[in-house]
Ligand binder design. Structure first.
Ligand code: C5P
Length: 399
């Protein structure tokens, strides 16, 4: 719990019987050295008094959005900026729904909209309300937006029911909150990852593409998030869900992928190009569906696509840039050539002539090549490999 020392935590309390546990949670957070500002919704004050929370947190409790006196002290924007973390315990079904809808209907929800700090929820509600389809949809959607859920636990409930929906015990919430401040290998870093194939339109219904599944790029995004990075995944069309706590920009063509990659490139610390970008695109996209003619042979004119990773690596303030090289022979020497030619810092080469690894498979084995080192990583799952690659990328970027 030492990791909580001097952390600035906004503790949001919403209306639910578990609010009585927020008193103990405040005591634990304070005891571990955190500075706690309590924000209560009107319903929360029906369950526990602001006076109790003020006495335990040692700070005035924030209750109203439009209170001139309160806003003159620490208003919603100040609180939003002050927070290293916004922890909402208990988080009611109603609050989760409002947060998911992006509503700013009271001080706590407005503060959540305004903050750039991580938001963590400890849901607490009756088991039927937790199981409700809409609550489940809200929970999944909030997680996709990067909001972390602690619990809920399962067991006997205040209303007499038994099932999932109990707020975790204050000590569990405090411990899991402390763990969130663990500084991962990529803490505070911005990582952009391109993934999947691109589609190059021929006409409104046809395109040129490839079989890339995007699995490697998505696994890298998850591993980078786990290592504490803020990740933007720039993805071609794939059949995969957005990894939790990750921003995803969907694109189709190489040109769109390049534009999305360059949009905020000055904020990017590490750029990982795992996408299988089409090398060429049709010279022109037909406005209407191309008709079958009498000719036996149809010729397509193609023009070279921009090289996304090389364009990124040519920027004056270039991020640490990592490319992939899928080769069928002379894997290391072709990859080394690409490393130099594209001005990369690291290249991850794999032998796509092997049928057990690569494009659509769940496993991969690669060689990681920098300007002064060649390292083989044996066959393992793309998830395990991604974690290892993120470790290598983090240590190379540091040096
Ligand atoms: O030149 P080649 O396609 O083999 O290079 C592969 C590496 O370059 C990968 O990292 C891939 O994502 C990237 N690339 C790119 N833009 C292209 C072609 C490849 O970013 N147009």
């Amino acid at each position: 719990m030492q990791r909580l020392t001097n952390r600035q935590i906004v503790l949001g309390i919403t209306g639910g019987i578990a609010a009585y546990k927020s008193a103990e949670l405040t005591r634990l957070l304070k005891g571990a050295g955190a500075d706690v500002q309590v924000v209560m919704t009107p319903a929360a004050t029906e369950f526990i008094t602001p006076l109790t929370m003020q006495a335990l947190s040692g700070n005035p409790v924030h209750l109203h959005l439009l209170d001139p006196e309160a806003e003159a002290g620490m208003g919603h924007i100040e609180l939003a900026k002050w927070a290293d973390l916004v922890l909402i315990a208990p988080a009611s079904a109603n609050f989760m729904a409002r947060l998911n809808a992006g509503q700013g209907s009271d001080l706590l929800s407005t503060l959540c909209l305004a903050t750039e700090a991580p938001i963590v929820l400890a849901p607490a509600m009756n088991q039927a309300m937790w199981r409700d389809q809409q609550t489940q949809t809200n929970a999944t959607s909030l997680e996709r937006k990067g909001i972390q859920l602690l619990g809920p636990g399962t067991g006997e409930q205040a209303c007499g029911d038994t099932g999932p929906g109990r707020m975790l015990e204050p000590i569990e919430i405090a411990q899991q909150t402390a763990a969130l401040f663990d500084r991962g290998l990529l803490a505070g870093k911005r990582v952009f990852i391109t993934a999947g194939p691109t589609r190059e339109a021929l006409d409104p219904v046809r395109y040129i593409s490839n079989h890339s599944s995007g699995k490697m790029g998505y696994a890298l995004a998850e591993a980078a998030v786990d290592a504490g990075a803020k990740v933007t995944l720039i993805s071609g069309p794939v059949n995969l869900q957005t990894p939790p706590r990750c921003e995803r920009i969907m694109v189709e063509s190489a040109e769109q992928m390049l534009a999305a990659s360059l949009q905020h490139i000055d904020e990017c610390d590490i750029f990982i190009a795992s996408a299988a970008v089409a090398d060429y695109r049709p010279v022109a996209v037909a406005e209407h569906k191309l008709k079958k003619g009498n000719e036996e042979i149809m010729e397509l004119r193609l023009v070279k696509n921009p090289d996304i990773v090389a364009t990124v690596a040519a920027q004056s303030n270039k991020p640490f840039t990592v490319g992939f090289a899928a080769e069928t022979r002379d894997v290391v020497s072709y990859a080394q050539d690409k490393l130099t030619r594209k001005n990369l810092d690291l290249i991850i080469a794999n032998d796509v002539s092997r049928s057990d690894i690569g494009f659509n498979s769940d496993d991969n084995a690669v060689t990681v090549i920098s300007h002064h080192n060649v390292q083989q990583l044996p066959l393992c799952s793309k998830r395990q490999l991604a974690a290892k690659l993120i470790e290598i990328i983090a240590s190379n970027q540091e040096s």
